[in-house]
Structure formats: C-alpha cells, structure tokens
Design a binder for this molecule. Structure first.
Ligand code: FEO
Length: 403
C-alpha cells in the first residue's frame, strides 16, 4: 500500500469495504474509501478533507501516528457532504486554532454542521496558500456536486484534488492498494466500471457545471488526480478527466431540440389509445417521438432517452387515487438527471376521478419541469372525438417544443 503520493502529500483517509449502499440510493458493491490528504510544506501543513464521523477514532488514530493534530495549520473542506466533513467537529475540538478553508457558500453549511466558532478563510478561484516551498491553489467549482464544491491543486507536484469529481466507490478486496497503479488488471478494470457508475449516479446531472470547472482545471498539468473516493489516479490521470469532458461534450452535441419522450402506464389500454393519438399530433408537428411502456421498459433506456429530449410526456392511469408504481419509479430514477426547465405534460384515462394525472403533474413541478399545457384527460375509453382532441393536444405540445 503506497500512502505517500509525492514528496509532500500523504493519503490519510479510511476505507469502508463493507459499505453496501451509499447515500441511501447508490449500491456500492465494492465498498468505498473516504480519502483525506495531508499536504506538508516547509512552513505549513494542510489537510484536504477529513472523513465520515463514524470513522473518527480510526481517522484521528492514524493521523496522530504521523504528526500531532495541533501541527496542522489548515483544513480544506472541499464540500460539506458529511462523508468527508463528518470528522470536522472533532477536529475543531482537538485543535480549535486550525483555520478552515472553504468556498463562500460553504461557510454557512459549516456553521450549521459544527455549531461553534471557527477560524475561516473563504477562497476565490485562483487564491493560493504558500506552504513553504510548495503552493496550494484553489478553485471554486460549484455544483460538482454540491453548491459549495471547490477543488485544490498542488502546483509544484502537479496534483489535482477534485473533490468527488472522478471519484469511484471502489476499494480492492484483493490487496490494500491506495493508488490505481497498484491495482492488478482485473481490479483496474473493475475500478473503471465503478468510476463510470459513480458518474452515472452522482455527477451525471452536472455536465454544464463540469464544463465551467474544466475551463479552470483542464489545462493544468496533472501527474496525479486525487479524488475524494476510490483509488488515487496516478495511472493515466488524464483519461479520467477527459472521460468526464467527453460525456459533457457529447451530451451537448446529442441534445435533440426536436425530440419528445413519452412514458406511459396503462391498466386497460385506454391510456395507450390516447398515447397513440398524442404521438400522431407530435409527429405532425415535426417532432421525433420515442415511447416507453413504463411497466416493461428498461429503466436506463427510459432515463437515457429523457436526458436527450426537449420534452417529456407522461401518460398515466390512476390506481387507488394515485399514479401507478411504474410512473412513480421512473420519476424517482430521474434523480440522476437535471430536468429543471424541461417542457412536460401529462395525459391519461381514469375510472373514477383521475388523481394519478394531477399527482404526476405535481411531481413534474416539484422537479422544476415546466408543464406547458393543461392535462389531456379522458374518463374510461376515449371516443373518436376525444382521440382527435389528443391529436391536437400532441400537436400543440409539439409546437411548444419547436417555438
Ligand atoms: Fe463523497 Fe459528495 O460526498
């Protein structure tokens, strides 16, 4: 296990190989790590992130084997999610004179996290800290993936600390590797899969924010990328950054302003009849339409299609005064996308009173989608006139997409 990344930087994190689920929703088949880094200059010592609170004893025990806690001058809180800031309160108790470095939005979060006074430095992009022979430079990179996210860069040793970006929930079961160059071929391949899965579950909604950050960090020389989770990337570090860059660029290229995805759930086929009428109207407006039966379609395919659509339509039945489970499940899975501002509409057949339709509209609004026209509703089986109404409704939605 190589903990010394470079002459000045040491990994002081903890491993959590038994973790099965992260943040309630992310399966972690290969466990994870909470990476923390000690950067030592001739004059100044700095911690970059700490660790999760329930690893406090292990974390401080390991740190104290290296140096007295009071010899650390600064701690950089690159964002306040508690898997990396959970030990901050204990750090402040042990060493009240330490200065906390953070982004401006982070300060309030830290105040609410530790509920005590602390020495603070709110950085701006480009600010530097002279460690004595080494320099840490800071960058404000909001929404990667929290509003308070920042990154750090050790100039002389060309090490980027990008917070959760380029992280992976992975720790080897076969050896105690810290660096990805220490992994054997099979583990390396698995770590890449974990890196991509991490992106799809956590970083995927923030592509535009990544592109803004890339303008700050893309051109920096990088011998090592040291993210907050998973292996430290000393083998082919540029691959990981450029893979993120490619995802963001491809998304912008493929985003189709003329495409609408329809997700439908129909108990007795009446909502399907309505969907077909709506589809005809959309196509008459020149819109590319992709449809999915929510009860049987692959969830990833639905989410992928929605990501690249300018508009989303939900066709839903109503069961026990609610939208049925396949619709609710799809909505829950949209957490991995940014659908804010996306044009949306809801239609459906119902038997008694149709609460599934208004419930789905409410969910769209909660996700900040833009409902652009009133719902198209039919009690029981649509008549020919009602199907014509559906065609016009689809056409109207199509015009709102291309306007
Ligand atoms: Fe790994 Fe956003 O915390």
């Amino acid at each position: 296990m190589k903990k010394q990344l470079s002459p000045s930087v040491q990994w002081v994190g903890v491993k959590d190989p038994e973790l099965e689920i992260f943040d309630i929703v992310v399966p972690t088949e290969h466990g994870t790590t909470y990476n923390s880094y000690l950067v030592r200059g001739e004059k100044v010592n700095v911690l970059i992130d700490v660790s999760k609170a329930n690893f406090s004893e292990e974390y401080f025990g390991n740190l104290e084997k290296i140096l007295p806690i009071t010899d650390i001058d600064y701690v950089v809180v690159q964002h306040t999610e508690p898997d990396h800031s959970g030990c901050l309160l204990e750090l402040l108790k042990r060493h009240p004179e330490i200065t906390v470095i953070h982004s401006k939005p982070c300060k309030k979060f830290i105040e609410n996290l530790v509920n005590r006074e602390f020495k603070s430095w709110s950085i701006n992009s480009g600010d530097e800290l002279d460690l004595g022979g080494k320099t840490l430079r800071f960058f404000v990179t909001p929404f990667l993936h929290w509003p308070d996210t920042m990154m750090s860069y050790l100039v002389e040793e060309e090490i980027l600390f990008p917070c959760d970006v380029m992280g992976a929930h992975f720790t080897s079961e076969r050896n105690d590797a810290i660096m990805n160059s220490e992994l054997d071929d099979e583990d390396y391949k698995t770590s890449i899969e974990a890196f991509k899965f991490y992106y799809s579950m956590i970083m995927r909604p923030y592509k535009e924010h990544f592109l803004k950050a890339y303008k700050l960090i893309g051109d920096l020389p990088k011998k090592i990328i040291a993210p907050s989770h998973g292996p430290v990337l000393d083998r082919d570090p540029e691959f990981f950054l450029e893979w993120y860059h490619e995802q963001a660029q491809n998304y912008l290229k493929r985003l189709n302003g003329q495409k609408v995805t329809i997700i439908y759930a129909s108990s007795y086929g009446n909502t399907v009849l309505m969907m077909n009428a709506v589809k005809v109207g959309l196509e008459e407006a020149g819109i590319e339409v992709v449809t999915f039966d929510a009860a049987t379609a692959d969830m990833n395919e639905m989410v992928d299609s929605i990501e690249l659509s300018a508009g989303i339509l939900f066709g839903t039945s109503t069961i026990n005064a609610k939208a049925p489970e396949p619709v609710l499940s799809l909505v829950a899975n949209l957490v991995v996308l940014n659908v804010s501002g996306r044009k949306a509409g809801v239609f459906g057949s119902y038997g008694w009173s149709g609460e599934g339709i208004s419930m789905t509209e409410g969910l769209c609004e909660v996700m900040h989608m833009k409902i652009v026209q009133d719902a198209y509703k039919v009690q029981m089986r649509p008549s020919a006139e009602q199907l014509e109404e559906g065609r016009q409704w689809g056409y109207g939605f199509g015009l709102k997409i291309i306007e």
